[in-house]
Design a protein around this ligand. Structure first.
Ligand code: F0G
Length: 453
């Protein structure tokens, strides 16, 4: 039977390394046979039985946009035919997804790539891309009857988890590296009522401790090793294809931290091609900060055969990650789509962030690696001027105002080895001017600004 309303999609778990297909997952979401990560797969889609009709699906998803049902209004649950089944009574939604796709005219001019768009995931309810995975995984915690959910985070996962836990009447435990996340993100998890622990370690240290905790206590793990997170995050790519009238771009460029997002986007694209929702795959490229580049090194130095954990350091604190959990899934995405991996410097990130800001969009530092990466990929000829490119902006500008203010004041790199390179970004800086409270002073400032613009 071919249909769109296959609402109880049969999904099974499978280990990405040994192929074991357990009926349920252990509390750390690792394969009990070999310790690697699990993923969902949908047996009916490859058997051809009960296949979904792509034309019917596309019109059903469009119809739902006029619905008043909270699930239909969510940019995640609207696409529920492509997700494992979770009964509606367990769904916790803040109407996540539904994020805009913007043309970036100034960035297009500066990169020479005219067809350049940004999918702005910072426009989600807690202002980062994490909400699309979190609505789904928090709902699965609710379905399983957990009272406590937990995550290790560089700040965005924790903000998102705390919000969804609160909405679902669950308690949440946040482990974050002390002093290494932005105040905006920390303040969110406090306001949403999480038990917030700042550990004297880095993100990777927080992950280790949480892994031990979930094996001992009945706490539901909400990091992106949880395959429900990946399923929810797939909808970013589904929604993007719908916005592009199901005509894939040539390139999608994503920041790489723990590598869950790139894995989810790639999985969605491969599945959409399998279901004939799209006819070809865009190249998915992953960009890391040079100081937090274990995946870049894995691919470039070791041909993807191994990943050497490192001590990560970057001002883009969201991606300050030295031992990314989903690197094997991300590697599969690079290989399946023919994408590239790049690294960019701290100064390149800061400049790219200000350029995205100058297009009236804005984003947090980790998101700006995408534009900095595009510049490198187009200089190297991997992205050609006539091709279409979508940058995934993962977090909102207001997530990390400290970075932005320091950049525009010209002191982001003061006293660091990057000071000389940073001088080149002077023309992008817009330091606030302090004036006497007089009309004359403001008129003079306006005249000076007109002379230089
Ligand atoms: N951009 C932002 C704004 C992020 O917060 C993250 C990850 C990434 C990019 C990288 O995405 O991990 O899927 O490769 N933040 C996580 C957190 C780790 O805890 O908030 P990824």
């Amino acid at each position: 039977m071919s249909s769109a309303r296959n609402t109880e999609t049969i999904a099974k778990l499978r280990c990405i390394a040994c192929g074991a297909t357990p009926d349920s997952a252990a509390r750390d979401f690792r394969c009990t046979a070999c310790g690697d990560l699990l993923e969902f797969f949908f047996p009916a889609w490859s058997s051809g039985q009960d296949a979904l009709d792509p034309v019917a699906l596309k019109s059903l998803w469009l119809e739902r946009r006029a619905s008043r049902d909270p699930l239909d209004q969510s940019g995640v649950w609207r696409f529920r035919e492509l997700l494992p089944h979770i009964p509606a009574e367990h769904a916790i939604t803040l109407r996540e997804g539904n994020t805009p796709l913007y043309h970036l005219p100034r960035c297009a001019r500066s990169t020479g790539v005219e067809n350049l768009h940004a999918k702005h995931q910072g426009m989600n309810p807690t202002a980062s891309f994490k909400d699309t995975g979190m609505t789904f995984a928090a709902s699965s915690a609710h379905q399983s009857g957990f009272h406590w959910v937990a995550c290790a985070s560089t700040g965005n996962t924790s903000a998102s988890m705390a919000a969804y836990a609160a909405r679902g009447n669950m308690h949440s435990l946040v482990l974050i590296p002390e002093g290494k996340i932005s105040w905006g993100k920390l303040s969110q998890s406090l306001d949403y009522g999480a038990l917030t622990c700042q550990l004297r370690t880095d993100f990777d240290g927080c992950v280790r401790i949480l892994g031990e905790l979930v094996r001992q206590k009945p706490v539901y793990l909400l990091n992106s090793v949880n395959p429900y997170r990946i399923e929810g995050q797939k909808t970013l790519a589904i929604e993007l294809m719908e916005q592009l009238a199901w005509e894939p771009p040539d390139h999608i460029i994503v920041p790489g931290g723990n590598l869950g997002n790139s894995s989810a986007i790639g999985k969605a694209l491969v599945e959409m091609r399998q279901l004939k929702l799209i006819s070809r795959l865009p190249k998915v490229s992953i960009i890391q900060a040079q100081g937090a580049n274990p995946f870049y090194r894995s691919v470039r130095e070791f041909g993807g055969k191994k990943l050497e954990p490192m001590t990560a350091d970057t001002l883009a604190t969201a991606i300050r990650i030295g031992n990314p959990a989903s690197w094997k899934k991300a590697l599969r995405v690079l290989r399946a789509t023919g994408g590239e991996v790049e690294q960019v410097t701290e100064v390149e990130i800061a400049a790219a962030k200000a350029e995205i800001g100058a297009d009236g969009i804005g984003c947090e530092p980790a998101s700006a690696v995408t534009l900095a990466g595009l510049k490198k990929l187009s200089r190297g000829g991997f992205v050609k001027p006539g091709e279409s490119v979508v940058l995934v902006l993962t977090g909102h500008l207001l997530k990390d105002p400290d970075f932005t203010i320091k950049f525009h004041r010209g002191d982001l790199f003061t006293g660091t080895p990057n000071e000389i390179e940073a001088a080149e970004t002077k023309s992008l800086q817009r330091d606030p001017v302090v004036l006497d409270a007089s009309l004359g002073a403001v008129v003079a400032a306006l005249a000076a600004a007109e002379r230089t613009s």
